[in-house]
Design a protein around this ligand. Structure first.
Ligand SMILES: Cc1ncc(C[n+]2csc(CCOP(=O)(O)OP(=O)(O)O)c2C)c(N)n1
Length: 555
């Protein structure tokens, strides 16, 4: 047996030992030795076959979020390897253990410019914990840790490429290691002094909850019920619709601090739980509210702010327990008394917002609100960047149906690591769960970015998905930011032919139907909002917010 097969076997042993069960395979000649070993061992891994590496890597992100396990994506050499960079960046900031397995020509080809020979080692820069160059099985140290971030294995394959004895099996690994969660990997230190100090000192806190992993949601809910402080819950926190949190829930994200102040609740500290929040206030904390203290409790190591703040990261189950008792208990009663009017006024504003949505059912927000109400219960929802996630947070249905027996949305997720509009459909397809209602809501440019994503659907057994494209004719997020229409890449395209290409059902909605059926077959729904209604909605919404402003001025 020559070097290639032995190296391939070693690599697969390494992956198995780290809990990898799924590999996204993008075939080419250079990675043929790896594929030959893999196909002879089809019982060891579930393989998903792609022709396009970028989609494959984004799909792997969705699988990791779905299963909680690391996933490998394997490519041939050259630009194929480079296609993995965007997903590696997203995995880095989302703390997902994506394994990038790239085949390469032998080391002697480096810098030669020979066909399909490129400088692959170090290609992913800071976005991988290690970039390991492998030419022989002995090069792969089986003890290299897999952290919650990408890892690059670069496998040099010499010719002849395939030298397998038929039906060669991957020997069982002696070292059986399980995938370690963040909590297991990190030594959990006692709560640092600055955290306890922050929690004891803050009098009028505001909590912002970003993305929380499903296994950590109950701990966060318990913490919020214990604290009873006003909390803004993003959709991807999975807690937005939790009826137990309704008494403390702030529903409208805009002008939060100004509206709180208008009701005499002067926020003197922000506590963020989970991922970096999407709402505007988070950006304002850099400038307009740069002096406001911020404490972050998060499962990723990123503070999400360039200025001074306190960030502690680890398993939120542990963190919530640890910090729960540190908010000054005397404060809890005072805070709920002081924040009462703020909460009431937010409920009034939410009520007026809901009326507005009903009066403009053909506006973009009106359609998203109606869709969220009529979606089958227990749907798994994936939200694209950038307007869909923001509009969902503002207008989607907030109240659960029959908690805890049934949930309105079983899970809600988005890729908020680097907020890219690339690979969104592929990530959603990885996130989709067989036998369940899987819904994606993405913008039109976002969909256009990932046209090859449905390729994998044919390999997903029993997975029905619904991809809703909000086709507003370009990057409409920019219409709110810049006067020049050039930013928007406006277009007149529709997605009918795209659905046809992949054999998907197609519907076009200019108004959300009163009754939405469960998906019996994967489908694409093109939602085309009325631009005039959308403009009227935003104008009216600004007026609603201004009324709050006037109240503040009067004071
Ligand atoms: C890969 C990538 N390129 C560019 C951007 C910058 N960007 C943010 S939003 C956006 C437009 C999105 O348009 P669309 O998908 O139609 O959604 P909408 O404007 O309705 O939110 C762009 C280009 C990005 N986030 N990611």
């Amino acid at each position: 047996m020559n070097l290639n097969s032995r190296l391939a076997i070693r690599i697969f042993q390494f992956l198995k030992a780290r809990g990898v069960d799924e590999i996204c395979v993008c075939p080419g000649a250079r990675n043929s030795p790896l594929i030959a070993v893999l196909t002879s061992n089809s019982e060891s891994f579930q393989s998903h076959y792609f022709f396009e590496e970028r989609s494959a890597a984004f799909f792997a992100l969705g699988r990791m979020r779905n299963t909680g396990k690391p996933v490998a994506v394997m490519t041939t050499s050259g630009t194929a390897a480079g296609e993995l960079l965007p997903a590696a960046m997203e995995a880095h900031y989302s703390s997902l253990p994506l394994i990038l397995l790239t085949a390469d020509r032998p080391r002697t080809y480096r810098g030669s410019g020979a066909p399909q020979a490129a400088e692959q080692v170090g290609l992913f820069g800071l976005y991988v914990s290690h970039s390991i160059d492998l030419e022989r099985e002995g090069d792969l140290d089986i003890n290299i840790p897999l952290l919650n971030r990408p890892l690059h294995l670069n496998a040099c394959m010499s010719e002849p490429l395939i030298d397998l004895d038929s039906d060669l099996k991957i020997p069982r690994m002696r070292l059986e290691r399980k995938f370690h969660s963040v909590a297991e990997q990190l030594e959990f230190a006692p709560t640092p002094h600055e955290i306890t100090h922050f929690l004891k000192k803050v009098r009028n806190p505001l909590v912002l909850v970003g993305m929380v992993l499903p296994g950590e949601r109950e701990s966060v809910a318990q913490l919020l019920m214990q604290w009873q402080v006003p909390a803004y819950l993003e959709g991807i926190s999975g807690l937005r619709e939790d009826p137990r949190l309704k008494p403390y829930r702030i529903s409208v994200c805009d002008q939060l601090l100004e509206r709180a102040l208008a009701e005499n609740y002067e926020v003197d500290g922000v506590i963020r739980i989970g991922g970096v929040p999407t709402l505007r206030l988070w950006r304002d904390l850099e400038s307009k509210y740069a002096s406001l203290p911020v404490l972050s409790l998060t499962h990723t190591p990123f503070s999400g702010l360039s200025r001074k703040n306190s960030t502690i990261h680890g398993d939120l189950n542990l963190l919530c327990k640890e910090v729960g008792n540190h908010l000054n208990p005397r404060n809890i009663k005072i805070v709920s008394y002081l924040s009462e009017r703020f909460l009431i006024s937010d409920r009034e504003l939410t009520h007026r917002l809901d009326e507005l949505l009903q009066s403009e059912p053909c506006s973009e927000s009106g359609m998203i609100a109606a869709l969220s109400k009529r979606m089958p219960s227990n749907s798994r929802v994936y939200l694209g960047n950038s307007l869909p996630i923001r509009e969902w947070d503002l207008v989607a249905e907030r109240d659960d149906l029959d908690f805890p027996k049934s949930r309105r949305f079983k899970d809600t997720w988005a890729s908020r690591g680097v907020n890219g509009i690339d690979g969104q459909v592929s990530t959603f397809l990885g996130f989709a769960e067989p036998g369940e209602e899987n819904w994606a809501l993405v913008g039109d440019l976002t969909a256009l970015y990932d046209l090859s994503a449905p390729w994998i659907l044919a390999q997903l057994k029993n997975s029905q998905v619904t991809i809703v494209i909000v086709n507003n004719g370009g990057g409409k997020i920019f219409s709110k930011m810049f006067p020049q229409v050039e930013f928007q890449n406006q277009h007149q395209l529709n997605f009918h032919a795209w659905a046809e290409l992949w054999g998907l059902r197609y519907e076009k909605w200019t108004k959300v139907p009163g009754n939405i059926e469960k998906a019996v077959q994967s489908r694409i729904i093109e939602m085309v909002p009325d631009p005039e209604a959308t403009r009227r909605f935003w104008d009216q919404y600004q007026i609603l917010l201004k009324k709050g402003d006037q109240k503040q001025c009067q004071k």
